[in-house]
Design a protein around this ligand. Structure first.
Ligand SMILES: NC(=O)c1ccc[n+]([C@@H]2O[C@H](COP(=O)([O-])OP(=O)(O)OC[C@H]3O[C@@H](n4cnc5c(N)ncnc54)[C@H](O)[C@@H]3O)[C@@H](O)[C@H]2O)c1
Length: 262
C-alpha cells in the first residue's frame, strides 16, 4: 500500500523568514505534509541551520532548497520566485518575513504577492494560495506604541483583501494571518526585561500565556491546503482570543513598581 498523501503533497511552496520562529515551524509542518519548499531568509547562516533542522526532524521531506532573499528588495524577491519556475512554478507563498523596526514598511509582502501571481500565471496554475503575515495589532492597536509596525500590518490586511477579490476568478486566494503575541525572539527580545512593557501585554491575555510559533504554523498549513479552498480575503486570527476580549487588569502585579500612565 502506498504511503498516505500529505495535505500539501506536491505543492511548490515558498516561505520567507523561514529561518525564524513562525517561518521555521511552518517549514517543518509543510515538509511533513509533502510540500516542496524553498526556504528564504535574509540570514544565510540561519538558513543553513534551519535546513539542517528540517532535514533532521522530517527525514521523509520532499524537495528542500534555500535562497538568501531580502524581501525589501524587489530584485531579490523576483529572483526567489522565478527560481521556482524550474520546479513547475509557485503554488503557495507564505510572505512571513518581518521585523519590529520603526522604518519597516513591509514592502516585501507586496513584492512577494506580485511575483507569486506572475509565476502562477506563467506556469498556468488553476489554483494558488498566498498567505501574508500581519498581526493582531492591525485589528486593535498595540499595548505600547509601535506606530510604523502597526500601520504597516494594517496595510497588509487591506492589500491582501484587495488582492483576494482581484484574483478570485483566477483561483488564486489571498489571506492574512494575524498572530497574537508569541514566544519567539522577535517579540521576546524586544520586550526584554522591561517589566512595564511585559505587564501591559500579559494582563490582556485571556489564555494567560504567549502563543507558540507552531500554533501559527498549523493555521498556515490549513490556509495553504485545498481544505481552505473557499477561504479568501480573511484576516485569519490566531491570537488565543486576545482581540475579542475585554480583560481587566487583575493579573499578577508587576515585579517592580511601574509607571503605567502612558
Ligand atoms: N512574534 C510575535 O509575537 C508576532 C506577533 C504578530 C505578528 N508577527 C509577525 O510574524 C512574522 C514572523 O515573526 P517571528 O516571530 O517568527 O519572527 P522571527 O524574528 O523569529 O523570524 C523572522 C525571520 O525573518 C527573517 N527576516 C527579517 N528580515 C528579513 C528580510 N528583509 N528578508 C528576509 N527575511 C527576513 C529573519 O532573519 C528571521 O529568520 C513577522 O512578520 C512578524 O511581524 C509576530
Amino acid at each position: 500500500m502506498s504511503a498516505p498523501k500529505g495535505r500539501l503533497q506536491g505543492k511548490n511552496a515558498i516561505i520567507t523568514g523561514a529561518a525564524g520562529g513562525i517561518g521555521l515551524e511552518t517549514t517543518i509542518l509543510f515538509a511533513r505534509e509533502g510540500a516542496n519548499i524553498l526556504l528564504a531568509d535574509i540570514s544565510e547562516p540561519a538558513l543553513a541551520k534551519a535546513l539542517a533542522k528540517v532535514k533532521e526532524v522530517v527525514p521523509t521531506a520532499g524537495r528542500l532548497e534555500t535562497i538568501r532573499c531580502d524581501v525589501s528588495k524587489e530584485a531579490d524577491v523576483q529572483a526567489m520566485v522565478e527560481s521556482q519556475d524550474s520546479w513547475g512554478g509557485v503554488d503557495v507563498i507564505f510572505n512571513n518575513a518581518g521585523i519590529m523596526h520603526a522604518d519597516d514598511a513591509d514592502a516585501g509582502v507586496w513584492f512577494g504577492c506580485k511575483h507569486a501571481v506572475l509565476s502562477m500565471r506563467r506556469n498556468k496554475k488553476k489554483t494558488g494560495s498566498v498567505i501574508n503575515t500581519a498581526s493582531f495589532v492591525a485589528l486593535m492597536g498595540a499595548a505600547t506604541p509601535q506606530l510604523a509596525y502597526t500601520a504597516s500590518k494594517g496595510a497588509v490586511l487591506a492589500m491582501t483583501r484587495e488582492l483576494a477579490i482581484v484574483h478570485a476568478r483566477e483561483g488564486f486566494r489571498f489571506n492574512s494571518l494575524c498572530p497574537g503575541p508569541l514566544n519567539t525572539p522577535l517579540l521576546q527580545d524586544w520586550l526584554g526585561d522591561d517589566h512595564a512593557k511585559r505587564f501591559r501585554r500579559e494582563v490582556h491575555f485571556p489564555s494567560g500565556r504567549f502563543g507558540e510559533a507552531i500554533e501559527q504554523a498549523h493555521a498556515v498549513v490549513f490556509l495553504a491546503s485545498d481544505e481552505s479552498s473557499f477561504v479568501n480575503g480573511t484576516d485569519f486570527v490566531v491570537d488565543g482570543g486576545l482581540s475579542k476580549a475585554y480583560v481587566t487588569a487583575e493579573g499578577p502585579a508587576p515585579a517592580a513598581p511601574q509607571n503605567l500612565a502612558h
